[in-house]
Design a binder for this molecule. Sequence first.
Ligand code: SF4
Ligand code: SF4
Length: 261
Amino acid sequence: MKLKTLSIVKITPKLLLNFIQLPFKKVQKPCTYCPGICISVCPTFINTGNLSLSPLGYSRYEDLGKDNCLKCWRCVNECPLNYPLPESYASEVKLDLEVLKKGEIILLSARKLDDKYSDRLSELLGTGLISINGLHERYDEGRPVNPSSLKKILKVLKNYGKVYTISPESFHTLSVSLLIENLAEFSIRLNYNGPIHIPCLLLSREEKIVRSLISIGVRPTKIIRDQCLKMEEPEGLSLCPRASMRNVKTIFDEILASLSC
Ligand code: SF4
Ligand code: SF4
């Protein structure tokens, strides 16, 4: 939990008792277990100051959540119970896996999230290509992933030595390694100097990602971690393929340009 979060929460004996009991509770809707530690990081609440447009509002009024929650998962990182509110708005989604091209190293594509880059990157990097369908519905519509479809996919992925992904969503759901943390393996050098935007789902990897980018020649002048690209166009170079849908330049544009030279 961040200090910024603690500073907005008034600590009372009742609250302390609730915290001690938290690990033994299963969060039910509406969530009433704490004063809303999660709200301090919620982009829709920060932007509007409206409690209805915060995790507290979304847990009470599902329709509000369906339409307004960005499914960015920032609140889950703050919640002592890791309550997965952003995947509680609709029915389950089944994931499918399709092997499109075999290879020693595999690039994993999350369809409808990184289509602009994955095929071309796989071609220029000389990797195999596996596509996952349905993942975007977890992060766009708030649908939980069907556990047996997830288990099957994880089992298939275990058969491959190295699997890298470019979408933060695949990293988050499937724990697949990030290509941007392993660019040195492909002898890629980038000549970018400027601000870097860290996607919501990769905030926990910031240090590792930045270190890896610096090692291939990137010179970050500023790290932007407070902007959710589903809400606003982030400043600087984005590390998320989704940003291209908002006409924001991404690191994958830089990689493709460097590989095409
Ligand atoms: S997923 Fe994001 S937008 Fe939705 S409640 Fe959590 S922090 Fe707010
Ligand atoms: S979801 Fe977690 S952080 Fe948010 S109010 Fe409930 S217990 Fe607190």
